[in-house]
Design a protein around this ligand. Sequence first.
Ligand code: ASP
Length: 360
Amino acid sequence: MRLALLFCLLLPTSLMAQPNPPDTLPASVEPRAVLVIHGGAGTIRRDLLDEASEASIRAALTTALEAGYAEIQGGASAMDAVTAAITVLEDSPRFNAGRGAVFTADGYAELDASIMDGATGEAGAISGVRHVKNPILLAREVMTSSPHVLLSGDGAEEFALLRGLDLVPNRHFHTDARREALRRVLDQQRAQQQSESGAADHEAIPERAVPEWQLEHPAPWRMTGTVGAVALDNDGHLAAGTSTGGMTAKRYGRIGDSPIIGAGTFANEAVGVSSTGHGEYFIRNVTAYDIAARMRYLGESLAQAAEAVIHETLTESGGTGGVIALGADGTVTMPFNTPGMYRGYIDEDGTVTVLLYRDE
Ligand code: ASP
């Protein structure tokens, strides 16, 4: 009797403790958007970013989102929205793309960019240009006005001239912050060489103005600031684009993943992706395409595919970085394995979300 009473008392509680049956769960917890952008992944932490820098990065990301959104609202294509958003970020000195690009070891800005139209499967890309004000515009010209996909160096610049794009002296891209970053990387490389060759004893290595965390994580801090965008237009078409100065102190015409279709940028009818991080790993893992392939061949959701590609494939291969991805249903996902990633999205109603750190 006592037991039966106890059972009756416990029954409602135990029923309440049952998990909701699957059909009462919300359809999706992923945010939805018409445009998603990034401004690079890396060692982005609150203690390393002063208030003014943080505010101006958030403002530039917001302006880029609004510029792309205005295109979509006006009935323009996803390609137009991607181009508009990336142009804003290339013109801001806060990002490693266009103005504000990192320096090569020789002291130049050398820019890479790509764009892909998910509706048609067409793509355009450029690498190693030194005088094209907005590399994303040239990548788009390659797609629309040439029979090619990827043009590089002098040839790409000749094509830019022919197409009437704005050309600028290399110093247009230079900033003091990037010059200082180059100095630190070259110092660090010199010190590393000395200690590896064993030619100098420890005392002989010059004191370097490089904070401890930078020495511990040499790769990520050399590449923060690449920009990318993925848009979904009113016709349900997706497009993706990426633009970068690459990695500080790059040499020998090094080209990263950003202008490589399938690695740095990919779009089809189901998903658009833009990558940022240590490019060599993204090229080897064909990161952007791998997300689309997992969705198509494994039937994974956008979030599952992007998570696996960043937190399994990229991480297990030793790479650092992240992606932004947008599905044809407006689902957004933005996984990364670095301390932070500048990122944001704007939804159908024009509501802007901008995030910088991991815990946001
Ligand atoms: N992925 C770019 C590159 O390797 C750099 C970056 O995204 O920060 O050139």
